[in-house]
Ligand binder design. Structure first.
Ligand SMILES: Nc1ncnc2c1ncn2[C@@H]1O[C@H](COP(=O)(O)OP(=O)(O)O)[C@@H](O)[C@H]1O
Ligand SMILES: [Mg+2]
Length: 264
């Protein structure tokens, strides 16, 4: 049964963008996610935290059907994007244009800086005329805070940039197809503190236009960048709420234990 999307309430600022219900994920016989229900709001950063192996990346991949690319991985339950079932109402390619992804290790294509950003708009047929391609590439690089640093070497390989620049290039590549949601799986864990700070500022800027879900092993990062936090433990969501509440007055013992560093 597909529930209607919740009616927009005038009194509630945040609107549900993605509603995941009873999502379970199996790798072969092994269950990695146990009936997780979680809502991602529009124009918010939602942080997924929890100890290594608790299922954060697996859950994140449910949101744009990336688990389908993993052999033996099976997903059940429903995920609605603006009220539409992502498994039945949308095809995976269209879905991934609407829900972009940025990975832990910056992974630019072995192409020029320019072509990394132009790739998505070209394959999705969003642009034809070379001037339009230029426009999208420049706009996306500016939005990702990278344009000034690379404008004189757009034809050089993306892989020649520093780690932090490569990650901003991957963000530019993701936003070039005009997505609605950006998923980020530990996007700063390969970066130094300065590059990390740049990405965190960028996340804050991008929030006014996109819904963002970020997996992070850093509680400080979750506290800095997110408005909502979900704490995962052994494949369950133990607690979800306003980030400040999760870090200052968690309701659950397991959450308390994790945020005070007793485990994880
Ligand atoms: N491709 C895979 N094949 C089999 N098991 C996997 C695979 N990816 C993750 N798992 C298992 O699923 C569980 C959750 O993993 P993961 O989502 O990567 O956790 P996290 O991102 O929180 O560290 C772990 O037990 C992990 O070993
Ligand atoms: Mg992970």
């Amino acid at each position: 049964m597909t529930p209607e999307p919740a009616p927009h309430s005038q009194t509630v600022a945040s609107r549900a963008k993605i509603v995941a219900e009873d999502v379970e994920v199996f790798y072969g016989e092994k269950r990695a996610i146990n009936r997780v229900s979680l809502t991602i709001n529009e124009n918010e950063v939602t942080a997924l935290i929890g100890p290594s192996g608790c299922g954060k990346s697996t859950f994140l991949r449910c949101l744009n059907r990336m688990n389908e690319t993993i052999p033996d991985c099976r997903v059940t339950g429903s995920v609605l994007l603006d009220g539409e079932d992502i498994h039945t109402a949308l095809d995976a390619v269209q879905l991934r244009a609407r829900i972009g992804m940025v990975f832990q290790k910056p992974n630019p294509f072995p192409k020029s800086i320019y072509d990394n950003v132009a790739f998505g708009p070209r394959i999705h047929g969003l642009v034809e005329h070379p001037d339009d391609v230029d426009e999208v590439v420049y706009r996306s690089l500016k939005r990702a805070g990278l344009y000034e640093e690379v404008k004189d070497r757009l034809q050089e390989p993306g892989t020649g940039l520093s780690g932090g620049q490569q990650q901003r290039l991957c963000i530019a590549r993701a936003i070039a197809v005009d997505p609605e949601v950006i998923l980020m799986d530990e996007p700063c864990s390969a970066l130094d503190p300065i590059a990390t700070a740049r990405i965190e500022e960028l996340i804050e800027e991008l929030r006014d236009e996109y819904s963002i879900v970020i997996v992070t092993h850093s509680m400080q990062q979750a506290a800095r960048v997110s408005q909502r936090t979900a704490f995962f433990h052994l494949g369950d969501v133990i607690e979800v709420g306003c980030t400040e509440d999760i870090f200052t007055s968690p309701r659950e013992k397991l959450t308390q234990g994790y945020i005070t560093g007793r485990f994880g």
